[in-house]
Write a protein that binds this ligand. Structure first.
Ligand SMILES: Cc1ncc(COP(=O)(O)O)c(C=O)c1O
Length: 357
């Protein structure tokens, strides 16, 4: 069976060494030495000021909203994974959708300003498939209207914009280190925060709001990463070179072979991709379904991602309709891309796609 992705598991002996270290110290969680080491290594790798490791990318978003004291409405993208929207709702914020650009697949800044009201406290935007939003335009709008700017950077690990890691932009960028991501900690995530005081606040919030043994001044939760997860991250981090090289080959071959058959996301020229996803756009949903069925018949399972468009979620009131996001989500499919995907397997996928267009 070929899935849209396959978790990259690092050298087992290296992981076992870390496990032995954990058993010897009996330090399994609560901001242990491996979490600290991973934070430091990620800070260097990403070239950012503060990395706060957490249990997953969804709680990273929730902690970001609470760190920034968001209230009322947040303008957000309808074309993202459900967690971008559901995390707002579970934190008492109303998502106000701004439709996307049909080429870059990111929130269109031109649609944002008209939606801003006195109740708006933030913009929550996703760098879709690691392709950066229009960062300059977003920053200008946030500054002009004194809004907080949060980026869901779940897909951005390792991607850069104008030479800087994409995670360094905005008030807070959140990352997901789920096993399906190219860099992973089994389950996990992070907040990237430039402001030191806010980073400290986030650290309290992920540990029940406790500041010290005498004082619990914040309404916190438990969102900590554990040592076994950090150990996985340390091992995967060492293999990033191999991971990027292998994925790049698969990615570039898809681009070359499927050119003219499908449409690709328009990527910003100032960005280096990270090859985390291979999204392709079909002419129609019928065409997509035909290709998907043919692939499934051969035990190949691409993923309709993101689908459905988040403005169709039943629990969002008032109802909003985002035609571009709805259209794109009906026509987009992420093809299998991962380190171990062989040339033969990829050839089979490419042939089936071409034959069913
Ligand atoms: C854009 C986006 N945001 C948030 C998440 C949630 O991350 P996690 O699965 O680590 O909770 C994902 C997960 O795939 C995602 O793709």
């Amino acid at each position: 069976m070929i899935n849209v992705t396959s978790t990259h598991l690092p050298n087992i002996k290296k992981y076992q060494k870390y496990v032995e270290q954990i058993f010897a110290s009996k330090k399994v969680t609560n901001y242990g030495p491996l979490v600290r080491e991973l934070e430091e290594k990620l800070r260097d790798y990403l070239g950012v000021k503060n990395v706060v490791l957490v249990a997953n990318g969804t709680v990273a978003l929730e902690i970001a909203y609470r760190t920034l004291d968001l209230k009322g409405f947040a303008i957000t993208t309808p074309f993202s994974f459900v967690a971008t929207t559901s995390s707002l709702v579970t934190n008492g914020l109303l998502p106000i959708f701004a439709d996307i650009d049909p080429k870059t697949l990111n929130i269109n800044p031109q649609n944002i300003e008209e939606l801003i009201s006195p109740n708006t406290s933030a913009i929550v935007a996703t760098h879709v498939f690691g392709n950066p939003c229009d960062i300059e335009a977003m920053e200008a709008i946030a500054k002009k209207h004194k809004l907080k700017l949060i980026y869901d950077g779940a897909h951005t690990f390792g991607a850069t914009y104008k030479g800087e890691n994409i995670a360094s932009y905005g008030d807070i960028t959140t990352l997901s280190f789920h096993a399906t991501k190219l860099f992973h900690t089994i389950e996990g995530g992070a907040l990237i925060i430039n402001d030191d005081a806010l980073a400290q606040k986030a650290r309290y919030l992920i540990n029940f709001g406790i500041e010290n043994t005498e004082s619990i001044p914040h309404l916190g939760t438990n969102a900590k990463m554990n040592e076994f997860e950090a150990a996985m991250g340390l091992c995967v981090l060492d293999e990033l070179g191999t991971i990027f090289d292998a994925r790049k080959k698969v990615y570039e071959r898809y681009l070359q072979e499927l050119e003219g058959f499908v449409e690709f996301q328009l990527r910003d020229k100032e960005t280096t991709p990270n090859y985390n996803y291979m999204p392709v756009l079909f002419e129609s949903e019928e065409q997509l379904l035909r290709v998907q069925k043919a692939l499934n018949k051969e035990d190949i399972f691409p993923r309709r991602y993101f689908y459905p468009s988040l403005d169709t979620l039943s629990y969002i009131e008032p109802k909003q309709c985002m035609p571009i996001s709805r259209d794109i989500s009906r026509r987009i499919l992420c093809l299998p891309i991962y380190v171990e995907l062989s040339l033969e397997m990829q050839t089979q996928i490419i042939e089936i796609v071409k034959d069913n267009i």
